[in-house]
Design a protein around this ligand. Structure first.
Ligand code: DAK
Length: 256
């Protein structure tokens, strides 16, 4: 660990804070390695039920580190599979909430879109400005943004490189909630604690079922949903959740 991220834990929630404030939390390879190692470690930590990813007041992350990339050749990028490791973040199995203040640009916007959903401050700004640098998005921006906000809006953002404010991002479906800037982290942590309090198998399968909606036909997705729904029955958490409702008390989930 070299301190490019900070990881803290609180009541079943792990908070990962990007820690390159002078570079507006630009993502370099060392930060990527630290982040992926941390997320894999948290995936294997049973007490952790949800992750929150955040930056600071000025930037969630202003993109991939331009200084690191400036001198690279195509051969070097391919040989290194530059930033291919970020797919390890996207594939990790715990729910992840992006808590976004300030800039979420380029790779920063892509990192946000790799999370399950984002809570943004009113002053947050989003964009895929890579076209202005003579390149294009490389950590899923053309694919995930198109799925999230549709072809026309994704084309607009990627081809013009313009920024979107928080109100537009909410309206477009890029973020789930917009809250006052000072409440972003608090609301993300509250949501994360709530998710962490639920049945782990139910949360895991909800994520997988929603993930299927982007991959398969409606019929296949509906069948997948029905089968995993069936599969939850008879589990200790299903029995506890329904018994608690009928007994008018709060459930105590065991994560099984
Ligand atoms: N990389 C490196 N340093 C950055 C940076 C970045 N993306 N963004 C900001 N910084 C640094 C600035 O250089 C400056 O450093 P000093 O001069 O103080 O040493 C410091 O952060 C503060 O930035 P500014 O002085 O520029 O601050 P302002 O408030 O004036 O402007 C800004 C804020 C966010 C509008 C501006 O900094 C900006 O436009 N930043 C660049 C945003 C951007 O273009 N982001 C996209 C980066 S490219 C791929 C994988 C990934 C990618 C591509 C391919 N493969 C797998 C092939 C992704 C590419 C990108 O994300």
């Amino acid at each position: 660990m070299t301190g490019l991220i900070e990881v803290t834990r609180d009541s079943g929630v792990a908070l990962i804070r990007l820690n390159r404030p002078k570079q507006l939390n630009a993502l370099n390879s060392a930060l990527a390695r630290e982040m992926i190692a941390a997320v894999q470690d948290l995936d294997a930590t049973p007490e952790v039920g949800c992750l929150v990813i955040t930056g600071d007041d000025r930037a969630f992350a202003a993109g991939a580190d331009i200084a690191e990339m400036a001198d690279k050749t195509a051969e070097a990028m391919q040989a290194q599979d530059f930033f291919g490791e970020w797919e390890g973040f996207a594939r990790s199995r715990k729910p992840k909430i992006a808590a976004v203040n300030g800039y979420a640009l380029g790779g920063g916007c892509e990192l946000m879109m790799m999370c399950d959903f984002a809570i943004a401050g009113e002053g947050a700004r989003f964009g895929q400005p890579e076209v202005k640098l003579g390149v294009m998005a490389g950590i899923g921006g053309t694919q995930r943004m198109t799925r999230l906000i549709g072809r026309a809006r994704a084309m607009d953002m990627h081809l013009t490189g313009r920024m979107m404010d928080a109100a537009e991002a909410l309206q477009a479906g890029l973020v789930a909630r917009v809250v006052p800037d000072g409440q972003v982290l608090q609301q993300a942590m509250e949501a994360a604690r709530l998710i962490a309090s639920y049945s782990r198998p139910a949360v895991r399968l909800i994520r997988e079922a929603i993930g299927q909606a982007e991959e398969v036909s409606l019929d296949e997705g509906l069948l997948f949903e029905r089968r995993v729904f069936h599969g939850l029955f008879g589990s200790p958490d299903q029995m506890e959740g329904m018994a608690a409702f009928l007994e008018k008390r709060a459930p105590v989930f065991r994560g099984a």
